[in-house]
Design a protein around this ligand. Sequence first.
Ligand code: DER
Length: 230
Amino acid sequence: ANSDSAKRAAAARALDEVRPGMRLGLGTGSTANIFVELLGERVRGGLAVRGVPTSEATRALAERVGIALATLDQLPELDLTVDGADEIGPDLALIKGGGGALLREKIVAAASAAMVVIADHTKVVSTLGRFPLPIEVVPFGLEATRRAIIAAATALGLTGDVRLRMENGHVFVTDGGHFILDAGFGAIPDPLALAQRLAGIPGVVEHGLFIGLATKAIVAGDGGVQVLTR
Ligand code: DER
């Protein structure tokens, strides 16, 4: 309940970033959901914005709360994306993908002039990697891709289990029809180096390291709301 009120405080503060007429990327996850619900209240109060959802789950929620939606093809340039994160590290580098929506989240964030991350303060870390890094992969060649990921990490001195994400006894499948490998490498001192190596592996669709995308993080805890910038 405590982390819930922190998520709510961060989401509420992010509403201050929203201006009438904005084209908004709508994130995925429990914190982003609170933002979408609060935004829906504003919309019902007369605020005109258009939203591009980062997942089918967020699309359903946003529709339900009355936010006008568009596809990224209809609105290929967005003003602002508001999304959660699994970890927030130095320079606002992020780990995302715990919710399984990292591919669309990254495409939408990259198409946005600004990205505001909302989170409770426990997500802020001095080094990324306590949270296993989600990596979205094509089902074809899964084991070869998994080994290539391990080799890429090993070259950087990183080791750990790389596990296929399951859900209710079945392989977890993303909105894009891909699988997720969760890489428990531990501390990632050089996220950019890992990101570049992962991006060079053919079966990797996208990874959960978001570098240079977040422009601001709104982090809430017992001490109130804190705004982090790069
Ligand atoms: O990036 C993600 O996939 C995470 O799910 C992120 O959105 C945080 O989710 P949470 O707000 O439920 O912790």
